[in-house]
Design a protein around this ligand. Sequence first.
Ligand SMILES: Nc1nc2c(c(=O)[nH]1)N[C@H]1C(S)=C(S)[C@@H](COP(=O)(O)O)O[C@H]1N2
Ligand SMILES: [Mo]
Length: 196
Amino acid sequence: MKFFEKPGADVAERVPPGQHLAKGFPVLTYGDTPQISTADWQFTVSGLATPKTFSWQDFMDMPQSEFTADFHCVTTWSKLDVKWRGVKVTDFLKAIDIDSKAAHVMEHCYGGYTTNLALEDFAREENFFAHTLFGEPLPAEHGGPMRTVVPHLYAWKSAKWINGLELLEDMELGFWERNGYHRRGEPFAEERYSDR
Ligand SMILES: Nc1nc2c(c(=O)[nH]1)N[C@H]1C(S)=C(S)[C@@H](COP(=O)(O)O)O[C@H]1N2
Ligand SMILES: [Mo]
């Protein structure tokens, strides 16, 4: 009989260097928590793409998927096996028309937070627009009604209260990236702080 689903060694391998496992699911927000209803929520595509605005219903009409991912905050806590539901970034991207010159994105949020990614890092199969956390509507403090989840990078790239995507030719820096954090933020390489 198997008493433990995952032996300790397996888990240890999934915790990046310098990280420890959090109890519960901590909330990490700079500033106030925006309160946005799904009726008011809007999402705008700008920059090097055909401008387009999406409603909550537009997102609900896209294919919905479940996913489980590990979550790593640069302040050194990690949470394994977080269960989300939402729209895959790759499915969303089929609904927009991106200029071939675009190579970077800026995620924009209610409240003014921004974070930048290479288009290549944003367009990965395991990235999501998430609206459900452990089977419940995503709570406001965790970014509800909608956030992105980018599991392969530190969680500051997983923008809460997302309301827009800006397509860029050249990299621009988001909020934490301008304030000393790394441009990319890969946790297993410990890309915590700016290298410039
Ligand atoms: N809009 C917005 N998104 C954000 C943040 C924020 O302050 N504002 N914090 C980031 C950081 S540093 C982390 S670790 C995660 C935390 O997500 P959680 O509060 O759901 O744990 O959200 C990220 N996304
Ligand atoms: Mo974080």
